[in-house]
Design a protein around this ligand. Structure first.
Ligand SMILES: [Zn+2]
Length: 478
């Protein structure tokens, strides 16, 4: 049986985090009233001249360095001509043969054991976004919102180095982390600030003859990118292995139906008639300016994870989870500066991250700032409160401004170490569970845990667990 090998390349459009558009002073804010953030430049009115946004070029250069590219002193903007209702100028200003950055790479996990494979980045170019057509199914009308026209993007183009659909997803996950660390983009796929197109072809194993490739668009999550690529690989294998031929075409992913369908060919343009943008001089970035951008790069997630393993003696898994988001990593470091780093990691990886997840918060929206979490953890480590009580206090911190210590004092939650009181709870539990006590005496040691749970419950979580366990064992004689 013939084995087929997929060849996958990605094109990723990323909206740059600037306050204003690429060639005019209009706001890039998402969600404004349609057609309010527009001016003669982005409306393409005659005589209006573009002026390049320096911050956008800085962010593009930063992305280039973060992805190990050569960032070029001189890049050239070009007109890409095509007609589309949401492109009022009749052309898009982009970069063609002289992009801002080329020849980078990013390593991405390819197997569960952590093995990585290198994905070369062919180029990164800066360009403006188009507007947005809004189709109303009820009335059959289409309206155009030009707020997005002229918003700065970079397009990141990889070599066809991705080995599988899962590899593509892992690459995108890492790419997004890096772009967020670099503060280049919010990478919010729902708002369209990160969009992925995939090129897929297959060839016979051992053959150097490349197959015809197709392009898949319209995938709105990394999970959908993975599904769409898998679907397309399967579809191509099906065609080729039954003697058919692959047609070069653009496919649209339909997540609801879990399939990719050809775009109507009318929607495809082929000849863009690129030529250098006559209204803009070449973008020249002085060497010293580029050096400043490079020198100001933050520590990137992989380097940070390595440092977390070494400096805080964290397991690889903890380091990976804690550095996935730059804000969470900063938060962790603030807490770990004050208390035992492993205890800080345990709290953040469980209680903090699951709270963020449940409530849909980012770490910046999380109301318990690092100093308060550190104080709570210290109360546990110092034996003032039990873990059970600490979780109650944690829940209170979400809605209260009080310090953990105040909450513990006001609500009388301090751990009980008074042997007399604990003995009383132990005695009550033993009286109430004669069968279990008998089984423990006959060797079922596991049941001690069950009785301990009862003691803790009786004490409202306040009994010192170590003392309680000792007393329980003594009384049962286990
Ligand atoms: Zn404008």
């Amino acid at each position: 049986m013939t084995t087929y090998v997929p060849v996958i390349g990605l094109e990723v459009h990323v909206q740059l985090k600037t306050a204003t558009k690429l060639f005019c002073g209009d706001s890039t804010a998402f969600g404004a009233e349609p057609n309010t953030n527009v001016c003669p430049v982005c409306l393409g009115l005659p005589g209006a001249l573009p002026v390049l946004n320096e911050t956008a070029m800085e962010l593009a250069a930063r992305a280039g360095y973060g992805l190990n590219c050569v960032v070029h002193e001189t890049s050239v903007f070009a007109r890409k001509n095509y007609f589309y209702p949401d492109l009022p100028k009749g052309y898009q200003i982009t970069q063609f043969d002289r992009p801002i950055a080329t020849d980078g790479y990013l390593d991405a996990p390819i197997a569960a054991n952590g093995d990585e494979a290198r994905v070369r980045i062919r180029r990164i170019h800066a360009e403006e976004d188009a507007g947005k057509s809004l189709h109303d199914r009820l009335t059959g009308r289409t309206a155009v919102d030009l707020n997005r026209a002229g918003v700065p993007l970079i397009e990141i183009v990889t070599e066809p180095d991705l080995k599988s659909a899962a590899h593509a997803r892992a690459f995108l996950t890492r790419l997004k982390q890096i772009l967020q660390y670099l503060d280049v983009s919010d990478c919010d796929m729902e708002k369209g600030s990160l969009r992925v197109d995939a090129n897929v072809s297959i060839h016979e194993e051992g053959s150097f003859e490349l197959g015809t490739k197709t392009e898949i668009k319209n995938m709105n999550s990394f999970a959908n990118v993975e599904r769409a690529i898998l679907f397309e690989i399967e579809r191509q294998i099906q065609i080729v292995s039954t003697g058919g031929r692959i047609v070069q075409e653009t496919l649209l992913w339909d997540a609801a139906r879990n399939e990719a369908r050809p775009m109507r060919s009318k929607e495809e343009s082929h000849d863009y008639r690129y030529f250098p943008e006559p209204d803009l001089p070449p973008a020249v970035l002085p060497v010293e300016w580029l050096e400043r951008v490079r020198a100001a790069l933050p520590e990137l997630p992989q380097a940070r994870a390595r440092r977390f393993r070494e400096a805080y003696a964290l397991p690889a898994y903890d380091a990976e989870v804690l550095t996935a988001d730059r804000g969470v990593a900063d938060y962790y470091e603030s807490v770990a500066a004050e208390v035992d780093p492993k205890a800080a990691s345990n709290w953040i990886m469980t209680d903090v991250l699951s709270t963020l997840n449940d409530r849909g918060w980012t770490i910046d929206q999380f109301p318990v700032r690092p100093a308060r979490l550190a104080e709570l953890i210290r109360l546990v480590l110092d034996g003032v409160i039990s873990n059970t009580i600490a979780r109650q206090v944690f829940a209170r911190l979400l809605t209260s401004d009080l310090s953990p210590r105040r909450i513990v004092e006001e609500e009388g939650l301090v751990q009980v170490r008074d042997t007399g009181r604990i003995e009383q709870w132990v005695a009550e539990v033993i009286d109430a569970n004669p069968a279990e006590v008998e089984r423990i005496r006959n060797g079922e040691a596991k049941l001690i845990g069950f009785l301990m749970g009862q003691v803790m419950k009786k004490s409202g979580g306040k009994a010192d667990p170590r003392l309680a366990t000792d007393l329980l064992r003594q009384r049962i004689g286990a």
